[in-house]
Write a protein that binds this ligand. Structure first.
Ligand SMILES: Cc1cc2nc3c(=O)[nH]c(=O)nc-3n(C[C@H](O)[C@H](O)[C@H](O)COP(=O)(O)OP(=O)(O)OC[C@H]3O[C@@H](n4cnc5c(N)ncnc54)[C@H](O)[C@@H]3O)c2cc1C
Length: 534
């Protein structure tokens, strides 16, 4: 029997535990899991939906801790790992106990960044500070001041939910995907929202400036106040009725003060690597593992999910930095969990296995927002006038096509090489976005007349997409990598609701953004269902 200890009980660890249950029941594996959060495992992807009141708490449920315990897994909620003794192969925990292991799985995820702002210095946590207690896992020397939150866990969501429910004024610092999704959803729920960001346009990592500006216009039209070109430098506080300091305003470098009741810090997340670093394992942006998810340093230690940085051994730069980073997305984490299950189950059963997670395809980013369609992937920064208009290979082989209609909220950019789509931005045109996603996924050539793609969203003429968005090989659920073909099989086998399809294929159980398309597939099969939010 091999002893496996998992540190962290987020959605990726939950998938790993689920996959190991047969080996636990067979007595081949003794499995223990440490989860710092008191709450049972939940789907973190839906935390923002929960915060704005679009998802109930029970729709966040994921994994089955009761079944795991019944199978014999030692699940410890509210207990943090505080140290790893690699020599004796045991993990120290916040209750003072020691868990011995033969294989250790780090699934510690990521924590929300607290930016460098005057007034928050003591709330910033040193990246390598070791936790002593579950409650101090993400906290600096001081908790965040009242009225300042991040949005990473259920406790954060509950604080934010109060502000949304009471329609207070919420200042969001940062205009990445999460900041924009939250802002649009909170505004839709009646909160007064202002987004402050330092660049010229939102979602700067995923969109070019023109695409971002089109999104900013759509957000303004949806009631979100957008404040660009504003570098935040500090916060101002006021004293509340009970004599406690409370957020009052965000102070920007140009002297501007953005007042609000709540400040939501949306400045990205960073892998939790402190335990690994403290134990002498190689860390860079994340815990560095090879393509089999094994630590570069110790063959008994693995890492999966948001904390893991997969890189080829030996690829470190002279300064020790290792290229790449964790995707910070649920899909790749789940695929890593599945691959590690295969590996450890084979090992426990005395079989050899050298499985690695499948190589990840380039990511397509879709904004989850009612009525604001944004989709992008691949190379997006190429400039039409820098590109080689003939597409010759002279070092600038891109061809770039741009169409912009800011008055009607439409923007499309296509970046091709040899006619094949290598990047795109699509705002305000959902049918075009669906078609481009498919073409991008397949590496297909674009039609010579690019305007055919633009007409897909035309209301004047009904133009059919060139490719079937429900072709069997088209991906419907990106989080779980489920194709239309697999969903159709499940429907043919008797699944008649989105929830049933989710149970048998896992489609729709990640971010939930594909539930509408699953419902469409059901409707095509004569099993219509309306999809409610969440
Ligand atoms: C608001 C929000 C929206 C998101 N939307 C999307 C989306 O639309 N699509 C998408 O793909 N991804 C999205 N994500 C990202 C997604 O949630 C993460 O990729 C996913 O949660 C990673 O899972 P994980 O299990 O690796 O880590 P986490 O979810 O971070 O879980 C790690 C767990 O480990 C615990 N832990 C850490 N250290 C210790 C320790 N020392 N001892 C014990 N326990 C410990 C933590 O308490 C935590 O519970 C979103 C994230 C957020 C916050």
């Amino acid at each position: 029997m091999i002893r496996v200890v998992v540190i962290g009980y987020g959605p990726v660890a939950a998938r790993f535990v689920e996959g190991m249950l047969d080996s636990v029941r067979a007595g081949e594996v003794a499995l223990a899991v440490l989860g710092a959060e008191q709450a049972d495992v939940y789907n973190r992807v839906l935390v923002a939906e929960y915060a704005v009141g679009r998802a109930d708490r029970d729709t966040l449920d994921i994994g089955d801790t009761a079944a795991a315990r019944a199978a014999g897994v030692d699940v410890r909620l509210g207990e943090a790992a505080t140290g790893i003794d690699r020599e004796r192969r045991r993990v120290r925990t916040s209750t003072g106990s020691h868990l011995p292991y033969d294989r250790l799985v780090l699934a510690t995820g990521a924590r929300a960044n607290v930016p460098t702002l005057a007034g928050l210095e003591r709330s910033r946590r040193h990246r390598l500070a070791r936790p002593h207690d579950p409650a101090d896992l993400d906290r600096g020397a001081r908790p965040l001041p009242r009225g300042v939150v991040t949005l990473r866990d259920l406790t954060d969501a509950e604080l934010v939910a109060d502000a949304v429910r009471d329609r207070r004024r919420i200042v969001v610092l940062g205009a990445g995907v999460l900041g924009m999704e939250f802002a649009l959803a909170a505004a839709e729920r009646g909160a007064r929202v202002v987004v402050v960001h330092h660049g010229p346009s939102p979602m700067a990592r995923n969109l070019d400036v023109a695409g971002g500006r089109t999104l900013a216009l759509a957000a303004s039209a949806a009631g979100v106040e957008m404040v660009a070109h504003s570098r935040a430098e500090g916060i101002l506080t006021r004293t509340d009725d009970a004599g406690r300091a409370h957020f009052d305003a965000l102070l920007c470098a140009d002297g501007k003060q953005v007042h609000g009741d709540l400040l939501l810090l949306s400045a990205g997340a960073a892998p939790r690597v402190e335990l690994a670093a403290d134990a002498g394992l190689v860390v860079s942006t994340g815990v560095v593992v090879d393509e089999h998810l094994r630590s570069w340093t110790d063959p008994h230690v693995f890492a999966i999910g948001d904390c893991a940085q997969v890189a080829t051994p030996g690829s470190a730069a002279p300064d020790g930095r290792v290229p790449g980073a964790s995707a910070g997305l649920i899909g790749p984490g789940w695929r890593q969990a599945d691959a590690l299950v295969e590996l450890l189950r084979a090992e426990a059963a005395g079989r050899s296995a050298t499985l690695a997670p499948p190589a990840e395809r380039p990511t397509v980013v879709m904004l989850k927002a009612e009525g604001v369609d944004v989709c992008a992937g691949g190379v997006v920064d190429a400039d039409p006038w820098d590109a080689d208009p003939q597409g010759h290979s002279c070092g600038r082989a891109w061809q770039v096509t741009v169409w912009a209609d800011p008055a009607r909220g439409g923007y499309v950019k296509l970046v091709t090489r040899g006619g094949v789509l290598e990047g795109f931005v699509c705002v305000g045109m959902p049918r075009t976005a669906a078609e481009l996603t498919l073409l991008f996924e397949r590496g297909s050539e674009l039609p010579a007349d690019r305007t055919a793609l633009l007409r897909l969203d035309s209301t004047d003429a009904l133009v059919a997409p060139a490719s079937d968005p429900f072709a069997p090989d088209a991906t419907v659920c990106w989080c779980n990598g489920v194709t239309a073909g697999r969903i159709t099989e499940a429907i043919d086998a008797g699944d008649d609701t989105v929830a049933c399809v989710g149970r048998s294929t896992r489609a729709g159980t990640g971010c939930g953004g594909c539930k509408g398309r699953i419902a469409e597939l059901l409707a095509r099969a004569g099993k219509g269902e309306t999809v409610s939010a969440g």
